[in-house]
Design a protein around this ligand. Structure first.
Ligand SMILES: Nc1nc2c(ncn2[C@@H]2O[C@H](COP(=O)(O)OP(=O)(O)OP(=O)(O)O)[C@@H](O)[C@H]2O)c(=O)[nH]1
Ligand SMILES: [Mg+2]
Length: 450
Protein backbone atom coordinates (compact mmCIF):
# COMPACT_ATOMS: atom_id res chain seq x y z
CA UNK A 1 0.00 0.00 0.00
CA UNK A 2 1.26 3.40 -0.88
CA UNK A 3 -0.07 6.20 1.26
CA UNK A 4 -0.18 9.80 0.11
CA UNK A 5 2.99 11.81 0.55
CA UNK A 6 3.82 15.49 0.14
CA UNK A 7 7.01 17.54 0.13
CA UNK A 8 8.54 20.75 -1.12
CA UNK A 9 10.62 19.76 -4.15
CA UNK A 10 12.50 23.02 -4.63
CA UNK A 11 15.38 24.09 -2.34
CA UNK A 12 14.66 25.73 0.99
CA UNK A 13 14.93 29.48 0.97
CA UNK A 14 13.30 32.30 -0.92
CA UNK A 15 12.63 31.99 -4.66
CA UNK A 16 10.11 33.36 -7.14
CA UNK A 17 8.24 30.09 -7.06
CA UNK A 18 8.45 26.82 -5.15
CA UNK A 19 7.08 23.45 -6.20
CA UNK A 20 5.18 21.32 -3.72
CA UNK A 21 4.36 17.77 -4.77
CA UNK A 22 1.74 15.33 -3.57
CA UNK A 23 1.69 11.68 -4.65
CA UNK A 24 -0.38 8.63 -3.77
CA UNK A 25 -3.84 7.16 -3.97
CA UNK A 26 -5.44 10.13 -2.21
CA UNK A 27 -3.35 12.81 -3.90
CA UNK A 28 -6.21 14.33 -5.86
CA UNK A 29 -8.58 14.25 -2.87
CA UNK A 30 -5.98 15.82 -0.58
CA UNK A 31 -5.37 18.59 -3.11
CA UNK A 32 -9.10 19.12 -3.51
CA UNK A 33 -9.37 19.85 0.22
CA UNK A 34 -6.66 22.49 0.01
CA UNK A 35 -6.96 24.09 -3.40
CA UNK A 36 -9.83 26.38 -4.15
CA UNK A 37 -10.40 26.58 -7.90
CA UNK A 38 -13.34 27.66 -10.03
CA UNK A 39 -14.49 24.05 -10.55
CA UNK A 40 -13.77 20.59 -9.12
CA UNK A 41 -10.15 19.70 -9.80
CA UNK A 42 -10.82 16.61 -11.87
CA UNK A 43 -12.70 18.72 -14.39
CA UNK A 44 -9.41 20.37 -15.32
CA UNK A 45 -8.13 16.97 -16.44
CA UNK A 46 -4.58 15.69 -16.18
CA UNK A 47 -1.70 17.80 -17.39
CA UNK A 48 -3.63 21.11 -17.45
CA UNK A 49 -2.25 24.02 -15.52
CA UNK A 50 -4.90 25.88 -13.52
CA UNK A 51 -4.98 28.78 -11.14
CA UNK A 52 -6.07 28.19 -7.57
CA UNK A 53 -6.16 29.57 -4.04
CA UNK A 54 -4.31 27.54 -1.42
CA UNK A 55 -6.29 27.40 1.82
CA UNK A 56 -5.22 26.54 5.30
CA UNK A 57 -7.69 26.67 8.16
CA UNK A 58 -10.18 28.80 6.24
CA UNK A 59 -7.49 31.30 5.27
CA UNK A 60 -6.05 31.75 1.82
CA UNK A 61 -2.27 31.45 2.16
CA UNK A 62 -1.37 31.76 -1.51
CA UNK A 63 -2.58 32.39 -5.02
CA UNK A 64 -0.93 29.59 -6.97
CA UNK A 65 -0.92 27.41 -10.06
CA UNK A 66 -1.30 23.64 -10.01
CA UNK A 67 -1.47 20.63 -12.26
CA UNK A 68 -2.91 17.15 -11.81
CA UNK A 69 -1.29 13.96 -13.05
CA UNK A 70 -3.23 10.72 -13.30
CA UNK A 71 -1.69 7.32 -12.58
CA UNK A 72 0.27 5.82 -14.29
CA UNK A 73 1.23 8.91 -16.29
CA UNK A 74 3.16 10.76 -13.63
CA UNK A 75 6.70 10.88 -12.25
CA UNK A 76 5.94 8.36 -9.50
CA UNK A 77 3.40 6.39 -11.52
CA UNK A 78 0.74 7.34 -8.95
CA UNK A 79 -1.91 10.05 -8.93
CA UNK A 80 -0.02 13.28 -8.31
CA UNK A 81 -0.53 17.00 -7.95
CA UNK A 82 2.15 19.63 -8.36
CA UNK A 83 1.53 23.04 -6.87
CA UNK A 84 3.57 26.01 -8.06
CA UNK A 85 3.26 28.45 -5.17
CA UNK A 86 5.11 31.65 -4.38
CA UNK A 87 8.58 30.80 -3.14
CA UNK A 88 8.63 32.63 0.18
CA UNK A 89 9.76 30.49 3.10
CA UNK A 90 6.52 30.98 5.09
CA UNK A 91 4.25 30.54 2.04
CA UNK A 92 5.92 27.31 1.03
CA UNK A 93 5.76 25.98 4.57
CA UNK A 94 2.06 26.91 4.83
CA UNK A 95 1.21 25.14 1.54
CA UNK A 96 2.98 21.99 2.70
CA UNK A 97 1.37 22.14 6.15
CA UNK A 98 -2.07 22.55 4.56
CA UNK A 99 -1.49 19.37 2.53
CA UNK A 100 -0.29 17.48 5.59
CA UNK A 101 -3.33 18.62 7.57
CA UNK A 102 -5.52 17.50 4.67
CA UNK A 103 -4.26 13.92 4.95
CA UNK A 104 -0.85 13.64 3.29
CA UNK A 105 2.25 12.44 5.10
CA UNK A 106 5.61 14.21 4.84
CA UNK A 107 7.71 12.38 2.23
CA UNK A 108 10.99 10.78 3.21
CA UNK A 109 14.27 11.47 1.40
CA UNK A 110 14.03 10.27 -2.18
CA UNK A 111 10.56 8.83 -1.70
CA UNK A 112 9.07 10.19 -4.93
CA UNK A 113 11.86 8.69 -7.01
CA UNK A 114 11.74 5.50 -4.95
CA UNK A 115 8.07 5.15 -5.80
CA UNK A 116 8.86 5.79 -9.46
CA UNK A 117 11.26 2.84 -9.23
CA UNK A 118 8.82 0.61 -7.34
CA UNK A 119 6.08 1.36 -9.88
CA UNK A 120 8.39 0.56 -12.78
CA UNK A 121 8.62 4.14 -14.10
CA UNK A 122 12.40 4.11 -13.69
CA UNK A 123 14.93 1.32 -13.40
CA UNK A 124 17.38 1.55 -10.52
CA UNK A 125 20.18 2.89 -12.71
CA UNK A 126 17.81 5.53 -14.10
CA UNK A 127 16.82 6.51 -10.57
CA UNK A 128 20.50 6.81 -9.72
CA UNK A 129 20.85 9.03 -12.77
CA UNK A 130 18.33 11.42 -11.19
CA UNK A 131 20.72 11.76 -8.23
CA UNK A 132 23.69 12.14 -10.59
CA UNK A 133 21.89 14.83 -12.56
CA UNK A 134 21.09 16.82 -9.44
CA UNK A 135 24.68 16.58 -8.27
CA UNK A 136 26.36 17.23 -11.64
CA UNK A 137 28.68 20.23 -11.55
CA UNK A 138 29.73 20.35 -15.18
CA UNK A 139 27.78 20.25 -18.41
CA UNK A 140 29.64 17.06 -19.31
CA UNK A 141 28.39 15.48 -16.06
CA UNK A 142 24.84 16.72 -16.65
CA UNK A 143 24.86 15.34 -20.21
CA UNK A 144 26.06 11.99 -18.96
CA UNK A 145 23.45 11.79 -16.19
CA UNK A 146 20.63 13.02 -18.45
CA UNK A 147 21.42 10.39 -21.04
CA UNK A 148 21.48 7.66 -18.38
CA UNK A 149 18.17 8.99 -17.10
CA UNK A 150 16.83 8.64 -20.63
CA UNK A 151 17.90 5.01 -20.61
CA UNK A 152 21.31 5.00 -22.35
CA UNK A 153 22.92 2.75 -19.74
CA UNK A 154 19.88 0.53 -19.42
CA UNK A 155 19.67 -0.02 -23.19
CA UNK A 156 23.35 -0.88 -23.27
CA UNK A 157 23.05 -3.43 -20.46
CA UNK A 158 19.76 -4.78 -21.84
CA UNK A 159 21.54 -5.61 -25.09
CA UNK A 160 24.24 -7.47 -23.19
CA UNK A 161 21.66 -9.28 -21.05
CA UNK A 162 19.95 -10.44 -24.23
CA UNK A 163 23.13 -12.13 -25.44
CA UNK A 164 23.34 -13.95 -22.12
CA UNK A 165 19.69 -14.94 -22.22
CA UNK A 166 20.08 -16.37 -25.73
CA UNK A 167 23.14 -18.36 -24.69
CA UNK A 168 21.37 -19.72 -21.61
CA UNK A 169 18.33 -20.68 -23.70
CA UNK A 170 20.52 -22.54 -26.20
CA UNK A 171 22.18 -24.48 -23.40
CA UNK A 172 18.83 -25.27 -21.79
CA UNK A 173 17.65 -26.92 -25.00
CA UNK A 174 20.82 -28.96 -24.93
CA UNK A 175 20.30 -30.03 -21.31
CA UNK A 176 16.63 -30.82 -21.81
CA UNK A 177 17.09 -32.74 -25.06
CA UNK A 178 20.58 -34.21 -24.92
CA UNK A 179 21.76 -36.01 -28.01
CA UNK A 180 24.21 -38.80 -27.69
CA UNK A 181 27.52 -37.25 -26.58
CA UNK A 182 27.05 -34.10 -28.66
CA UNK A 183 25.90 -30.59 -27.93
CA UNK A 184 22.86 -29.34 -29.76
CA UNK A 185 24.47 -25.91 -29.87
CA UNK A 186 27.64 -24.91 -31.68
CA UNK A 187 30.26 -24.47 -28.96
CA UNK A 188 32.58 -22.50 -31.22
CA UNK A 189 29.84 -20.10 -32.16
CA UNK A 190 28.75 -19.65 -28.55
CA UNK A 191 32.33 -19.09 -27.45
CA UNK A 192 32.86 -16.38 -30.02
CA UNK A 193 29.64 -14.62 -29.08
CA UNK A 194 30.57 -14.81 -25.37
CA UNK A 195 34.09 -13.53 -26.05
CA UNK A 196 32.55 -10.58 -27.85
CA UNK A 197 30.25 -10.04 -24.87
CA UNK A 198 33.28 -10.19 -22.59
CA UNK A 199 34.89 -7.39 -24.58
CA UNK A 200 31.76 -5.27 -24.39
CA UNK A 201 31.43 -5.79 -20.64
CA UNK A 202 35.09 -4.89 -20.18
CA UNK A 203 34.60 -1.69 -22.21
CA UNK A 204 31.56 -0.82 -20.11
CA UNK A 205 33.53 -1.41 -16.90
CA UNK A 206 36.42 0.70 -18.23
CA UNK A 207 34.09 3.64 -18.73
CA UNK A 208 33.48 3.81 -14.98
CA UNK A 209 36.66 5.79 -14.45
CA UNK A 210 35.33 8.43 -16.82
CA UNK A 211 31.83 8.40 -15.28
CA UNK A 212 33.12 8.81 -11.76
CA UNK A 213 35.70 11.40 -12.76
CA UNK A 214 33.04 13.41 -14.59
CA UNK A 215 30.53 13.40 -11.75
CA UNK A 216 32.71 13.32 -8.64
CA UNK A 217 35.84 14.93 -10.06
CA UNK A 218 39.33 13.66 -10.75
CA UNK A 219 41.52 13.78 -7.66
CA UNK A 220 44.29 15.97 -9.01
CA UNK A 221 47.40 16.93 -7.06
CA UNK A 222 49.87 19.70 -7.84
CA UNK A 223 53.33 18.83 -6.64
CA UNK A 224 56.92 19.89 -7.14
CA UNK A 225 59.84 21.41 -5.31
CA UNK A 226 59.32 24.80 -3.62
CA UNK A 227 58.86 27.94 -5.69
CA UNK A 228 58.25 26.35 -9.08
CA UNK A 229 54.75 27.90 -9.37
CA UNK A 230 52.37 25.25 -8.02
CA UNK A 231 50.20 27.77 -6.19
CA UNK A 232 50.24 30.10 -9.20
CA UNK A 233 48.85 27.26 -11.32
CA UNK A 234 46.41 26.32 -8.54
CA UNK A 235 45.04 29.88 -8.56
CA UNK A 236 44.76 29.87 -12.36
CA UNK A 237 42.74 26.65 -12.26
CA UNK A 238 40.57 27.97 -9.39
CA UNK A 239 40.17 31.33 -11.17
CA UNK A 240 40.72 33.20 -7.91
CA UNK A 241 43.53 33.80 -5.41
CA UNK A 242 42.88 30.67 -3.38
CA UNK A 243 46.51 30.18 -2.36
CA UNK A 244 49.20 32.61 -1.24
CA UNK A 245 51.92 33.14 -3.85
CA UNK A 246 55.25 34.73 -2.94
CA UNK A 247 58.81 34.63 -4.24
CA UNK A 248 59.77 32.94 -0.97
CA UNK A 249 60.48 29.20 -1.33
CA UNK A 250 58.30 27.27 1.08
CA UNK A 251 55.24 29.53 0.99
CA UNK A 252 52.62 26.78 0.98
CA UNK A 253 52.78 24.69 4.12
CA UNK A 254 49.46 22.90 4.12
CA UNK A 255 47.54 21.01 1.44
CA UNK A 256 44.78 23.22 0.00
CA UNK A 257 41.67 21.83 -1.65
CA UNK A 258 39.17 23.26 -4.14
CA UNK A 259 36.54 21.68 -6.41
CA UNK A 260 37.24 23.14 -9.82
CA UNK A 261 35.66 23.01 -13.25
CA UNK A 262 38.41 22.81 -15.83
CA UNK A 263 37.27 22.62 -19.45
CA UNK A 264 34.96 19.60 -19.63
CA UNK A 265 36.44 18.16 -16.45
CA UNK A 266 35.64 18.41 -12.79
CA UNK A 267 38.71 18.38 -10.56
CA UNK A 268 39.12 17.73 -6.87
CA UNK A 269 42.25 19.83 -6.90
CA UNK A 270 44.98 19.95 -4.26
CA UNK A 271 47.84 22.40 -3.95
CA UNK A 272 50.65 21.07 -1.79
CA UNK A 273 53.78 22.19 0.04
CA UNK A 274 56.97 22.14 -2.07
CA UNK A 275 58.88 18.90 -1.63
CA UNK A 276 62.40 19.32 -0.19
CA UNK A 277 64.54 18.28 2.77
CA UNK A 278 63.95 20.79 5.53
CA UNK A 279 64.68 21.24 9.22
CA UNK A 280 61.61 23.40 9.66
CA UNK A 281 59.09 21.28 11.57
CA UNK A 282 55.98 22.85 10.04
CA UNK A 283 57.31 22.69 6.51
CA UNK A 284 58.45 19.13 7.01
CA UNK A 285 54.93 18.10 8.10
CA UNK A 286 53.67 19.84 4.96
CA UNK A 287 56.09 17.80 2.83
CA UNK A 288 54.80 14.57 4.42
CA UNK A 289 51.32 15.67 3.53
CA UNK A 290 52.37 16.38 -0.07
CA UNK A 291 53.75 12.86 -0.43
CA UNK A 292 50.56 11.46 1.07
CA UNK A 293 48.45 13.42 -1.46
CA UNK A 294 50.62 12.17 -4.32
CA UNK A 295 49.88 8.65 -3.11
CA UNK A 296 46.12 9.27 -3.30
CA UNK A 297 46.10 11.18 -6.60
CA UNK A 298 44.34 10.02 -9.75
CA UNK A 299 46.15 12.65 -11.74
CA UNK A 300 49.37 14.41 -10.78
CA UNK A 301 50.48 17.72 -12.20
CA UNK A 302 54.19 17.73 -11.41
CA UNK A 303 55.36 21.32 -11.72
CA UNK A 304 58.95 22.28 -12.64
CA UNK A 305 60.74 25.56 -13.22
CA UNK A 306 61.66 25.12 -16.88
CA UNK A 307 63.83 28.24 -16.92
CA UNK A 308 66.64 26.59 -14.96
CA UNK A 309 68.20 23.13 -15.22
CA UNK A 310 66.50 20.44 -13.13
CA UNK A 311 67.82 20.20 -9.58
CA UNK A 312 68.32 17.27 -7.24
CA UNK A 313 65.03 18.26 -5.57
CA UNK A 314 63.27 18.07 -8.96
CA UNK A 315 64.69 14.59 -9.47
CA UNK A 316 63.31 13.55 -6.10
CA UNK A 317 59.88 14.70 -7.29
CA UNK A 318 60.30 12.74 -10.54
CA UNK A 319 61.10 9.62 -8.51
CA UNK A 320 58.10 10.21 -6.23
CA UNK A 321 55.66 10.30 -9.18
CA UNK A 322 57.23 7.54 -11.23
CA UNK A 323 54.70 5.10 -12.64
CA UNK A 324 51.76 7.31 -11.67
CA UNK A 325 49.33 9.10 -14.02
CA UNK A 326 51.19 12.34 -14.36
CA UNK A 327 51.60 15.38 -16.57
CA UNK A 328 54.84 17.36 -16.22
CA UNK A 329 54.20 21.08 -16.22
CA UNK A 330 57.25 22.99 -17.45
CA UNK A 331 56.47 26.34 -15.85
CA UNK A 332 58.02 29.80 -16.14
CA UNK A 333 58.59 29.41 -19.88
CA UNK A 334 58.62 33.22 -20.08
CA UNK A 335 62.02 33.04 -18.37
CA UNK A 336 63.43 30.16 -20.42
CA UNK A 337 63.01 26.51 -21.38
CA UNK A 338 66.32 24.86 -20.53
CA UNK A 339 64.70 22.03 -18.54
CA UNK A 340 62.12 21.18 -21.21
CA UNK A 341 64.12 18.53 -23.08
CA UNK A 342 65.21 16.73 -19.93
CA UNK A 343 61.61 16.61 -18.72
CA UNK A 344 60.62 14.96 -22.00
CA UNK A 345 62.98 12.11 -21.22
CA UNK A 346 61.15 11.37 -17.95
CA UNK A 347 57.49 12.09 -18.85
CA UNK A 348 55.22 11.12 -21.74
CA UNK A 349 53.19 14.27 -21.32
CA UNK A 350 55.03 17.56 -20.84
CA UNK A 351 53.21 20.88 -21.04
CA UNK A 352 55.10 24.17 -21.34
CA UNK A 353 53.35 26.84 -19.28
CA UNK A 354 53.60 30.34 -17.93
CA UNK A 355 51.34 30.19 -14.88
CA UNK A 356 51.95 33.86 -14.21
CA UNK A 357 50.51 35.02 -17.56
CA UNK A 358 48.30 32.01 -18.26
CA UNK A 359 50.00 31.02 -21.51
CA UNK A 360 49.72 27.28 -22.13
CA UNK A 361 46.63 26.77 -19.94
CA UNK A 362 44.50 25.62 -22.87
CA UNK A 363 47.09 23.09 -23.93
CA UNK A 364 47.31 21.83 -20.36
CA UNK A 365 43.54 21.42 -20.13
CA UNK A 366 43.52 19.60 -23.47
CA UNK A 367 46.20 17.22 -22.17
CA UNK A 368 44.22 16.57 -19.01
CA UNK A 369 41.02 15.98 -20.96
CA UNK A 370 42.83 13.60 -23.26
CA UNK A 371 43.37 11.32 -20.27
CA UNK A 372 39.97 11.64 -18.64
CA UNK A 373 37.31 12.78 -21.08
CA UNK A 374 37.34 10.59 -24.17
CA UNK A 375 35.37 12.34 -26.93
CA UNK A 376 31.71 11.46 -27.40
CA UNK A 377 31.27 9.20 -24.41
CA UNK A 378 28.83 11.17 -22.30
CA UNK A 379 25.72 9.86 -24.03
CA UNK A 380 26.80 6.29 -24.63
CA UNK A 381 25.60 4.83 -21.31
CA UNK A 382 28.31 5.18 -18.69
CA UNK A 383 28.64 3.61 -15.24
CA UNK A 384 28.67 6.24 -12.53
CA UNK A 385 28.84 4.48 -9.17
CA UNK A 386 30.44 1.53 -7.41
CA UNK A 387 27.21 -0.47 -7.27
CA UNK A 388 26.87 -0.35 -11.06
CA UNK A 389 30.58 -1.01 -11.57
CA UNK A 390 30.48 -4.06 -9.27
CA UNK A 391 27.46 -5.45 -11.10
CA UNK A 392 29.29 -5.21 -14.43
CA UNK A 393 32.61 -6.60 -13.18
CA UNK A 394 30.76 -9.50 -11.53
CA UNK A 395 28.94 -10.22 -14.79
CA UNK A 396 32.26 -9.98 -16.64
CA UNK A 397 33.91 -12.49 -14.28
CA UNK A 398 31.04 -14.94 -14.81
CA UNK A 399 31.27 -14.63 -18.60
CA UNK A 400 35.03 -15.15 -18.45
CA UNK A 401 34.58 -18.30 -16.39
CA UNK A 402 31.87 -19.53 -18.76
CA UNK A 403 34.24 -19.02 -21.72
CA UNK A 404 37.00 -20.93 -19.97
CA UNK A 405 34.64 -23.80 -19.21
CA UNK A 406 33.47 -23.90 -22.82
CA UNK A 407 37.05 -23.89 -24.06
CA UNK A 408 37.93 -26.72 -21.69
CA UNK A 409 35.00 -28.73 -23.11
CA UNK A 410 33.20 -28.83 -19.76
CA UNK A 411 29.57 -29.84 -19.24
CA UNK A 412 26.95 -27.46 -20.61
CA UNK A 413 25.16 -27.14 -17.26
CA UNK A 414 28.34 -25.81 -15.60
CA UNK A 415 28.59 -23.15 -18.30
CA UNK A 416 24.95 -22.32 -17.82
CA UNK A 417 25.35 -21.76 -14.06
CA UNK A 418 27.99 -19.11 -14.75
CA UNK A 419 25.89 -17.45 -17.42
CA UNK A 420 22.88 -17.31 -15.13
CA UNK A 421 24.97 -15.71 -12.39
CA UNK A 422 26.24 -13.22 -14.95
CA UNK A 423 22.72 -12.42 -16.09
CA UNK A 424 21.59 -11.90 -12.49
CA UNK A 425 24.46 -9.50 -11.86
CA UNK A 426 23.66 -7.53 -14.99
CA UNK A 427 19.90 -7.30 -14.47
CA UNK A 428 20.59 -6.27 -10.86
CA UNK A 429 22.01 -3.08 -12.33
CA UNK A 430 18.50 -2.09 -13.32
CA UNK A 431 17.21 -3.12 -9.89
CA UNK A 432 15.88 -6.64 -10.57
CA UNK A 433 16.46 -8.83 -7.52
CA UNK A 434 18.21 -6.05 -5.60
CA UNK A 435 17.53 -6.19 -1.86
CA UNK A 436 15.28 -3.73 -0.01
CA UNK A 437 18.30 -2.64 2.00
CA UNK A 438 20.34 -1.66 -1.06
CA UNK A 439 17.38 0.15 -2.61
CA UNK A 440 16.80 1.93 0.71
CA UNK A 441 20.42 3.05 0.89
CA UNK A 442 20.33 4.46 -2.63
CA UNK A 443 17.28 6.61 -2.01
CA UNK A 444 18.35 7.66 1.48
CA UNK A 445 21.10 9.67 -0.23
CA UNK A 446 18.50 11.76 -2.06
CA UNK A 447 16.97 14.92 -0.62
CA UNK A 448 13.39 15.19 0.59
CA UNK A 449 11.15 16.20 -2.30
CA UNK A 450 13.10 14.29 -4.97
N1 LIG B 1 58.26 34.54 -14.32
C1 LIG B 1 57.39 33.70 -13.81
N2 LIG B 1 57.25 33.62 -12.50
C2 LIG B 1 56.33 32.73 -11.99
C3 LIG B 1 55.57 31.93 -12.84
N3 LIG B 1 54.77 31.17 -12.05
C4 LIG B 1 55.03 31.51 -10.78
N4 LIG B 1 55.99 32.46 -10.74
C5 LIG B 1 56.55 33.09 -9.56
O1 LIG B 1 57.27 32.12 -8.82
C6 LIG B 1 57.18 32.40 -7.43
C7 LIG B 1 56.68 31.19 -6.70
O2 LIG B 1 55.36 30.93 -7.13
P1 LIG B 1 54.37 30.02 -6.28
O3 LIG B 1 53.17 29.84 -7.11
O4 LIG B 1 54.20 30.55 -4.92
O5 LIG B 1 55.22 28.70 -6.24
P2 LIG B 1 54.97 27.38 -5.37
O6 LIG B 1 55.48 26.26 -6.19
O7 LIG B 1 53.57 27.32 -4.91
O8 LIG B 1 55.95 27.62 -4.14
P3 LIG B 1 55.86 26.98 -2.66
O9 LIG B 1 54.50 27.17 -2.13
O10 LIG B 1 56.87 27.77 -1.93
O11 LIG B 1 56.26 25.56 -2.78
C8 LIG B 1 56.26 33.61 -7.30
O12 LIG B 1 57.05 34.74 -7.19
C9 LIG B 1 55.50 33.60 -8.61
O13 LIG B 1 55.07 34.89 -8.98
C10 LIG B 1 55.75 32.03 -14.25
O14 LIG B 1 55.12 31.37 -15.06
N5 LIG B 1 56.67 32.93 -14.68
MG1 LIG C 1 52.73 27.23 -3.06
Amino acid sequence: MFDTIAAVSTPRGVGAIAVVRVSGEEAHAVAERVLGASKPLKEYGAGRLFRCAVRRKERVVDDAMAVLFASPRSYTGEDMVEIYCHGGAAVTEAVLTALLEAGARGAEAGEFTRRAFLHGKLTLDEAEAVGDLLGAQTEEGATLAASNLRGALRRRTDRLSEVLTRAIAAIMVDIDFPEEGESTFDRGEMLSSLRKLEGELAALADGFQYGRATLEGVKTVLCGRPNVGKSSLFNRLCRHEAAIVTAHAGTTRDALHETVRAGRMLLQLWDTAGIRQTRDEVESLGVDRSLEKIGEAELILAVFDASVPLTEEDRRVIRAVKGRPCIAVANKTDLGTVALEELKTSFCQVCPLCAQQGEGMEALLAMMEENYVPAGRADSGVLTNVRQYTAVTNALACVQRACNLLEAGMEADMVSVELEDGLRALTGLGGTGVSERVVGEIFANFCVGK
